[in-house]
Design a protein around this ligand. Structure first.
Ligand code: PAF
Length: 280
């Protein structure tokens, strides 16, 4: 695996690859890699000739500075993990390399997506995501880019960004990978202590039960159930649990002919976890 830290070197190398008509798959990450990321690398490897992974903890997408500070960073371990997974190129830029004039916030208009769910609770987050993903796309110019659907709303934002950029990059939405107890894989899981990690497994369990309740007794009952279950555990705090259409418009009734998805954000101690589950 080749490791690049400079944009010019990566671009020069990739232009040789592209001149040979080889396709490039891209997996942007913030590191602290887990098997969920590795599954994206595998999907990219099976779809493209060359796979590039970036690790960059993007300061502009953290609305909470404490979250940015404690975000897990382990580049050597990540590099070994990627090498083992058969990744071809790791791009590991500094903040100065990505934002030479400083990490100034840019503003993007994603309509209602900016103000619902994650957009509502993490103001500015998606602006930061769009800013860095656009920058990375312009550097790597991949044929396809791979994202995990645990970040359901992020995938929608990136698809909207691609439209705004009038780009031909194909955004590939990949399935959520889960631990044996059902917890969705996330870099943030590494920040949970043993007790919190145990408690975090309640999230997928509550979601599965809520899905059953929503389908049999309606959305209000499912929401009441989730709120009551989370309230029982002092270390947990519910930020939101919503049931929406596939394009994230909130609904009050399940219509079997329209795809619905349940989405949750919950704190376990100081660590904020998100998850989602398709209902039909
Ligand atoms: O999902 C992530 O890890 C980040 O939001 C991303 C897409 C790499 C942008 O920093």
């Amino acid at each position: 695996m080749l490791i690049f830290t400079k944009i010019a070197d990566l671009k020069a190398f990739l232009s040789e690859i592209k001149a040979k008509n080889q396709t490039v798959g891209f997996v942007p990450t913030m590191g602290a890699l887990h098997n969920g990321h590795i599954s994206l690398i595998s999907i990219s490897k099976s779809a493209c000739n060359i796979t590039v992974c970036s690790i960059f903890v993007n300061p502009t997408q953290f609305n909470d500075k404490a979250d940015l500070k404690r975000y897990p960073r382990m580049p050597e371990k990540d590099a070994a993990f990627l090498e083992n997974a058969g990744c071809d190129i790791l791009f590991l830029p500094s903040v100065e390399e990505i934002y030479p004039t400083g990490p100034v916030i840019e503003t993007y208009d994603f309509g209602y997506l900016n103000s619902v769910l994650e957009g509502k609770y993490r103001p500015g987050h998606f602006n930061g995501v769009a800013q860095v993903v656009k920058r990375l796309f312009e550097i790597v110019e991949p044929d396809k880019a791979f994202f995990g659907s645990k970040d359901y709303q992020q995938v929608m934002i990136i698809k909207a960004l691609i439209k705004q950029m009038q780009s031909l990059i194909e955004i590939v939405n990949c399935p959520i990978l889960r631990e044996a107890d059902g917890l969705a894989m996330s870099s943030r899981n590494a920040l949970l202590n043993e007790e919190e990690r145990h408690i975090a497994a309640l999230v997928p369990k509550i979601m599965r039960e809520a899905k059953h309740i929503a389908l049999s007794n309606g959305i209000k009952r499912a929401k009441d159930f989730v709120a009551a279950e989370i309230l029982k555990v002092p270390v947990m705090k519910l930020e939101y649990f919503e049931i929406c259409t596939a394009d994230l418009k909130e609904i009050e009734k399940i219509d079997p002919s329209i795809k619905a998805v349940a989405l949750i954000a919950v704190f376990v101690g100081k660590i904020r976890l998100i998850d989602n589950l398709e209902l039909n």
